[in-house]
Ligand binder design. Structure first.
Ligand code: ES4
Ligand code: ZN
Length: 324
């Protein structure tokens, strides 16, 4: 862990905390919670990580995530991630979480939020890591469910940074969530959304126009629409790219085929993130290292990605100055 890609100070802006659930913890939490698992072993879970698209991954992600039941579970999950985050040079973390995946199993949303926040508070105390929570709506659930979730946390929006949109993209366009996002923004929350991961560039323009997102998560298919690229470039809309994720979910055949260099050449504001590190073969520093090895970027260029991650974060201006 002495490689510069692990020590470079940086921010992570696209990280699903449920996607940091390592197979060992799946088994430990299942035992603690007295649950039967549909997996024979840790290796059995690991043998299922050769995804062919987003959906098979999501199926496994929700199956494993079912072991998360108590506030302590959410604390322990985030504490394990934040230890890794610290080891990989992260100074600021904006963490996605998927409450609807948990409330559907009877877990109170407050237990999820309180567990995650307690781990973030400890990481701040111990290592000075800043950040917070971005609450995601599962876009393949009815919009009413998203509204109900937002209403259920409206009394504690100060405990959240913003809202996001994730899960199955194709068939669930941004226009479905226009009112939900208007409401969330009205509560003072920041807005981001997954777009252009598997969906076409119209998911990205729709997210900008209707959801008024401040960052685009993934956004790789934006490149198919030159007018959209020009718009993203001119406004310097941050894109949270997740290299290992896109290769593992078969968005591209190999890292060498990743559109990252074309996004950079187009002048886009690109950040590098890990998405679901326990499923995709690496944490944030591993993603930095993978693109450096594939594309030959020098350490100065890599420091540029780290700088972008700070610029694109929702940290205060004072904190950004500290991190730059
Ligand atoms: C996700 Cl990679 C990805 N895409 C969409 N939704 C997600 N939830 C967790 N990881
Ligand atoms: Zn994601």
């Amino acid at each position: 862990m002495t490689n510069a890609m692990y020590t470079l100070p940086k921010a992570e802006l696209h990280l699903h905390i449920e996607g940091t659930l390592e197979p060992e913890m799946v088994f430990a939490l299942a035992e603690r919670n007295g649950m039967e698992l549909p997996f024979a072993s840790v290796d059995d879970i690991r043998s299922r990580l050769d995804f062919t698209s987003l959906q098979p991954f999501l199926d496994l992600y929700f199956e494993c995530g079912a072991v998360l039941r108590t506030q302590q579970d959410f604390h322990d999950l985030a504490a394990a991630y934040l230890t890794r985050a610290h080891e990989q040079g992260l100074r600021h973390v904006e963490m996605f979480f998927d409450p609807q995946g948990h409330t559907a199993r009877g877990v109170p949303v407050d237990a999820v939020i309180d567990g995650l926040l307690s781990a973030l508070a400890e990481a701040h105390e111990e290592w000075g890591i800043t950040g917070g929570l971005i609450m995601c709506f599962l876009r393949d659930l009815p919009v009413e469910s998203a509204f109900a979730l937002l209403d259920s946390v409206a009394h504690r929006v100060d405990d959240l940074i913003g809202v996001g949109l994730d899960s199955t993209e194709v068939g669930y366009p941004p226009e479905l969530f226009e009112q939900v996002y208007a409401h969330a923004r009205g509560l003072g929350l920041h807005a981001v959304a997954h777009a252009g991961e598997e969906g076409g560039p119209e998911y990205v323009s729709g997210s900008l126009d209707l959801l008024k997102v401040e960052r685009v998560d993934h956004g790789i298919r934006s490149l198919e629409d030159p007018e959209l690229v020009e718009r993203l470039r001119a406004a310097q809309v941050p894109m949270t790219v997740c290299p290992l994720s896109t290769v593992r979910l078969a968005g591209v055949p190999t890292m060498a085929d990743h559109p990252l260099p074309r996004m950079i050449e187009a002048g886009l504001l690109v950040t590098i993130n890990s998405d679901d590190p326990s499923y995709f073969g690496g944490y944030v520093g591993d993603n930095y290292l993978a693109i450096q090895q594939t594309f030959g970027y020098d350490n100065l260029a890599m420091a540029g990605f780290a700088l972008n991650s700070v610029t694109a974060s929702f940290a205060s201006d004072a904190r950004k100055d500290e991190l730059r």
